[in-house]
Design a protein around this ligand. Structure first.
Ligand code: NDP
Length: 293
């Protein structure tokens, strides 16, 4: 068996096109969805991410603004700034690019964004709603994985899903989304004993670790769906996932590539969340489309 590639780039493009249609419908109602991205300091990787987010917004007719604050910005100043963005009716999404400089507590800052504009899905209100299985803004990366599975017609209900990684932005919300969709979920992390024994049980295996090619074919059940969230820069400058595609592809039934798998879905979901927020603000949202299961 050779695993079929799940083309995240193509699925993300399709989703972005759907967003563009929704943006056009909003414009007919006099609403232009707006996203504000705040970046504090000069981290080069963050600047690239922020630029890509802004370009993706513009490509589908949304309004986006990038606010770059100096690295020595105080937390009080940032909180005040977020309050002005919260109050701006032309903005439907606010995102503060992480990491933040050490004088600023990210939890406090994320908590200052009104939950209705928290398109990253990191505010405790949205985290709590996800835990409860309610409608919310879901964190973009794991939400993108769910959309990929749905797009590919991969049944989650009743499956055993194993998530490797328990971060607040990927692993934990991923596990909750799979659980809400009816999977039996195992979460693994750096303290898990005999990781391969766990991952070999997975019908759906999600790797979100940050260790290049750490999951090999011997750790995968034949026929499993393997989702590789990892993005790791190798010494030669190339990107590698957490999954060793060469040894996993002959064993799995489906696999996401790196690059071109989960990565493109993340930005697409950010657009989706911002459009959803604008639809809600305009009274055009539907409760059904915001639910996971
Ligand atoms: P974190 O570093 O926050 O979390 C990594 C997780 O992996 C932790 O829970 C850690 O366990 C676990 N882990 C580390 N080593 C092992 C090990 N040997 N065995 C089992 N588990 C282990 O990373 P993120 O969740 O932020 O990101 C994970 C990966 O996904 C990275 O490569 C990142 O670049 C990528 N990423 C990709 C995105 C995309 O758009 N495709 C978006 C966001 C992230 P413990 O908790 O015990 O320390």
């Amino acid at each position: 068996m050779t695993a079929r590639i799940i083309d995240g780039k193509a699925i993300a493009a399709e989703f972005r096109n759907e967003c563009a249609v929704r943006v056009a419908r909003l414009k007919e109602h006099g609403v232009v969805p707006g996203l504000a991205v705040v970046i504090v300091g000069e981290d080069p990787a963050s600047k690239v991410y922020v630029r890509n987010k802004a370009l993706a917004c513009e490509a589908i007719g949304m309004h986006s603004e990038v606010h770059t604050l100096s690295a020595d910005t105080t937390q009080a100043h940032l909180l005040k700034f977020i309050a002005t963005l919260n109050a701006d009716p032309d903005l439907h999404g606010i995102l503060v690019q992480l990491p933040l400089p050490k004088q600023i507590d990210p939890r406090t800052v994320i908590g200052a964004i009104v939950p209705e504009k928290d398109v990253d899905g990191f505010h405790y209100h949205n985290v709590g709603a996800l835990v409860a299985g309610d409608a919310a803004f879901y964190p973009c990366t794991p939400w993108g994985v769910m959309k990929m599975l749905e797009h590919e017609g991969i049944e989650v209900l009743g499956k055993h899903a194993v998530v490797v990684g328990r971060s607040n932005i990927v692993g934990k919300p991923m596990a909750l989304m799979l659980l809400n969709a009816g999977a039996t979920v195992t979460i693994c992390h750096s303290k898990t004993r005999d990781l391969a024994a766990m991952t070999r049980q997975a019908d759906i295996l999600v790797a979100a670790v940050g260790k290049p090619r750490m999951i090999g074919g011997d750790a995968v059940k034949p026929g499993a769906v393997v989702i590789d969230v990892g993005i790791n820069r190798l010494p030669d400058g190339k990107l590698a996932g957490d999954v060793d595609a060469a040894s996993v592809a002959p064993v799995a039934s489906r696999i996401t590539p790196v690059p071109g798998g989960v990565g493109p879905m993340t930005i697409a979901m950010l657009l989706g969340n911002t459009v959803k927020s604008a639809e809600r603000a305009a009274g055009l949202g539907s409760a059904a489309e915001t639910r996971i299961a």
